[in-house]
Design a protein around this ligand. Sequence first.
Ligand SMILES: [Zn+2]
Length: 480
Amino acid sequence: MKRARTPAILARLAITAAAIASIASIAPGVAWAQRARRSVECSGCIGNYYYFDQNAASGAHRDWNCGTSSYDGHRGSDWSLTGNLGAIDAGNNIVAVAAGTVVTTNDGAFDRCTSCPSSGTCGTSVGFGYGNYVRIDHGTRSVIYAHMRMGSVRVRVGDRVTCGQVIGQIASSGCSTGAHLHTEFRAVGGTSTTAYDPYEGMCSPTRPSVWTMQNAYRTLPGTTCDGSTPPPMCPSGTFAIWTCNAARTARVRCIDGNVMTEACPAGCMVRAVGTDDVCNPPASMCSAGVTAEWACNSARTARVRCNAGRDETQPCPYGCAVNAGEDTCNAAPMCPTGVTAEWACSTDGSLRRRCVMGAVQSESCANGCEMRAGDDVCRAGQQTDAGIVPPADASAMDTGVAIGSDAGAMDGGPSSADATAARDSGASADARRADAGPGAIDGGCGCRMISRTHNRDALRPLALAAVALALASRRRRAAR
Ligand SMILES: [Zn+2]
């Protein structure tokens, strides 16, 4: 939606106000804000109280103390002048609740109104219904002092005022049915929708009270001023929420005098009332067909998406899976427990095994297998020892699942507390392998590391001892 410059700025004022007010109305004490003294000078000139309406329902009202001293939809605190219209001429001073800067004033309107018509010298058309009024920004709060006596306004826009400084007098101008002061707390720059209750009470969300001394229900707050130093003012045209600059090349915000600017190379987008304006995302340079969702490439070797205007590619070494939602890379296949990427001799030394990316590789060692610090190796050359014969069927050896378990048990050795544990698990695997059949036994027998005979049972203690030695040796090397 296009908006003309000036209305946009006005809208922005409202936006900012709404944003700040929504924060302030939840917890006015969070942001810096001076607490307030009472907005009248007198002690005994007020005879009645009509507080902020805390009942959101139309046609009902409730004040901060859960009483009914309010009226439906009231956005401020009314303190009624004792003696009503007849007491106006006595001059009852209205004072600033804290130090601040005057941002709006209106004076010259009739000040003895008793009704609120939509036009004429009284009513909603006179100073937005506030009649003769002054608006002052007090740090993060803005306060409207309304329905003032004609000709009583004593400050001008831009004036810095001190806490307790007289700014006008009580009367009944604008939308008013009797002499009273309407004090309305808002966020800086906020509209009436941002107004909040200064009183803390059972039926008010304000914490803590905005007043320095709130005092009892239906009495005036105290006259003590907040002694804290106000923060630096923000430059005019800057707000607490992010706002595009006029050229839409950046967005700016200001909090407690600190101006922040964020460049928007792709332009700045004005957003809905009450929300931060945002920088446009950079122009997309993604390839055709590449969306914000991860999608497999045609070869299923990677997945691609459009991220912040650029193609983003993630390789899928194990393939890419097409899903209903985003496509995903397949997980790496798992290696069997105990089979590592390093070549490792089987317990009987007939072969060595390793696992690469889930695939188990096995290599028979015709002359036995030798343990090394890194990869274990098959012994080279044909031994001349008469007791050693080549395996009858190397492939039979390679396929032995039980042998695979051996390798696992052996690999587990170095990390286990002692070699006995490794040997124990190896022994149980051996037992299984013995059941594998004559072929397996014959094969295994032929390439035993310290073999003197085909007798497997006779060799086992020797083989186990050799493994234990090798493991111990490997552990010592590893420990070094
Ligand atoms: Zn009022």
